[in-house]
Design a protein around this ligand. Structure first.
Ligand code: FAD
Ligand code: MLT
Ligand code: ZN
Length: 456
């Protein structure tokens, strides 16, 4: 790469072109330790001008560019491919692009550079009594560019929608180095295609997001957090429905099974707070009146409740039981977890969850399912532990078979990345997929951006 390397050094400085194996290693393995890749260099630009200049150098030399934000993605899209395939490639990290613009408290929006973390954006908004509407347990590392590129869902989606719904404007660098800037705080602005909406969920395959103008929301009035131990999945759905009927706003509705709660107790930092029961629901609600009394009344009238604990929000200790799942699962096994993220029509959830829990009995391979997720959105994270490597596709297909039969989605919020490219046909028709390919080829004709992601 030497000619190219000196051009890159010229743009971002010597300290920000990493070529040494040790210096690059953290950028080449994903959060789960499941995907690792090969690159000739890691390049860390600071400004949109530097990103554009790096892309121009790479495009002229046909060098592939793998884009990385906080590297918390769960589908392998944040790291380069595992084989060189005769291609030169760089990882472009947004780690140094962390600027935040001043909050606009009247327009209720803020601009953030792609590498700013979700926690930093939220803390910045909080100074003005506002809140970033997207929240996820990876908030301290996940970045603005990453949540937009994956169209992340998270725990507040039930209240405020996914990341796409939070975007007012975007700045991005196209595969030829052109800077695209659709930047306006206008809430209503219908002039043609929704380019920011297109880049949301594009997983770095269409352009490099460099800055995002995000909508902010008011934080909820006083909230109450309940963890309820339940006999049946249907009891969880009924409780959510009754909370709505009582005029409470659902701020979050998260599902756990006793296996997951026990795993967090064993490998995480939080002991169970309720009596043992097959299922647990974490419900966070807000309301204008005496929310705590409204919740107590709700629990008194509800069916199937084995036990319940409630606390005024934010109730971080209660939340740890739910948010500790991902790390506890990662610690509980030495073999890679088969990590799936599926959704179902909400009315099918009791049936779907029963089928998923029954899988070990129907499969000829070892597998320990831990299910949890954003039940209010119909989104269940299916984590299959202790699966022999050679059986990973078999168990994945068994889960996707349930998804297919019940009209669900093979990717609710994490995206396709490298992990699920073989199965996109289960989520989109041949014409849909061909249309996506037309868009990809138009915006990235040399196929340089995030090779192997989304399209395989
Ligand atoms: P990365 O992991 O670095 O990248 C993810 C993808 O986005 C890659 O394809 C990458 O190439 C692309 N990308 C990153 N930055 C850019 C950019 N600037 N321009 C173009 N493409 C880019 N996800 C959810 O949806 N909901 C959750 O509730 C949730 N909870 C999580 C909890 C934990 C503990 C962990 C570890 C992960 C969780 N995730 C969740 C997954 C992950 O945090 C999200 O996918 C997040 O959006 C990734 O952001 P990131 O900055 O880490 O992106
Ligand atoms: C979550 O909701 O905690 C996540 O999406 C992470 C996971 O699936 O492990
Ligand atoms: Zn999730």
């Amino acid at each position: 790469m030497s000619g190219v390397e000196s051009a890159l050094v010229e743009i971002v400085g010597e300290r920000n072109v990493l070529t040494d194996g040790d210096a690059m290693s953290g950028y080449l393995v994903d959060w789960m330790g499941r995907y690792s890749g090969i690159a000739d260099a890691v390049v860390r630009p600071r400004t949109v001008g530097e990103v554009a200049a790096v892309v121009k150098v790479a495009a002229a030399a046909k060098i592939q560019i793998c884009i990385q934000g906080g590297n918390t993605g769960l589908v392998g899209g944040s790291v380069p491919p595992a084989t060189a395939e005769g291609r030169r490639r760089i990882v472009l990290s947004t780690a140094r692009m962390t600027d935040l613009d001043a909050v606009d408290p009247i327009g209720r929006c803020v601009g953030a550079q792609a590498g700013a973390t979700i926690a930093a954006i939220d803390a910045h908004a909080a100074v003005h009594g506002l809140m970033f509407p997207v929240d996820l347990a990876s908030r301290d590392s996940a970045t603005a560019g990453g949540v937009v590129a994956t169209n992340a869902g998270g725990i507040r989606m039930i209240r405020h929608g996914n990341t796409r719904a939070a975007i007012l404007g975007i700045e991005a660098v196209r595969a030829n180095g052109d800077i695209l800037r659709r930047w306006s705080p206008l809430v209503k602005d219908n002039v043609g295609y929704d380019i920011p909406g297109l880049l949301a969920g594009s997983e770095g395959t269409l352009a490099i997001i460099t800055r995002v103008l995000f909508r902010l929301v008011s934080p909820p009035l006083a909230t109450v957090v309940v963890v309820a131990a339940l006999e049946r999945v249907a009891d969880a759905l009924a409780l959510i429905g009754r909370a709505r009927e009582a005029g409470l706003a659902i701020e979050a509705a998260e599902f756990m099974t006793h296996e997951g709660v026990d795993l967090v107790a064993e490998h995480g930092s939080r002991r169970p707070v309720c009596a043992p029961a097959p299922y647990h629901l974490l419900l966070e609600v807000s309301g204008a009146g005496d929310t705590e009394t409204a919740v107590v009344d709700l629990l008194d009238d509800a069916e199937g409740i084995v036990d319940a604990v409630l606390e005024p929000g934010p109730a971080r200790a209660l939340w740890k039981i739910r948010e500790g799942h991902t790390e506890a699962i990662a610690r509980a096994t030495t073999t890679p977890v088969v990590k799936l993220d599926v959704s179902f029509p909400i009315r099918s959830l009791p049936h779907a969850i029963a089928e998923l829990q029954d899988l070990p009995g129907h499969l000829d391979v070892a597998c320990r399912p831990i299910l949890f997720g954003h039940v209010g959105d119909g989104n269940i994270h299916v984590n299959l532990l202790d699966v022999p490597a050679e059986a990973a596709d078999t168990v994945t297909e068994a889960v996707f078979g349930v998804v297919d039969r019940l009209d669900g989605s093979i990717s609710a919020e994490h995206g396709i990345g490298r992990a699920k490219t073989a199965w996109t046909r289960l989520g989109r028709s041949p014409i849909d997929l061909a249309t996506m390919r037309v868009v990809k080829d138009a915006l990235d004709p040399q196929g340089l951006l995030n090779p192997g992601v989304l399209f395989g």
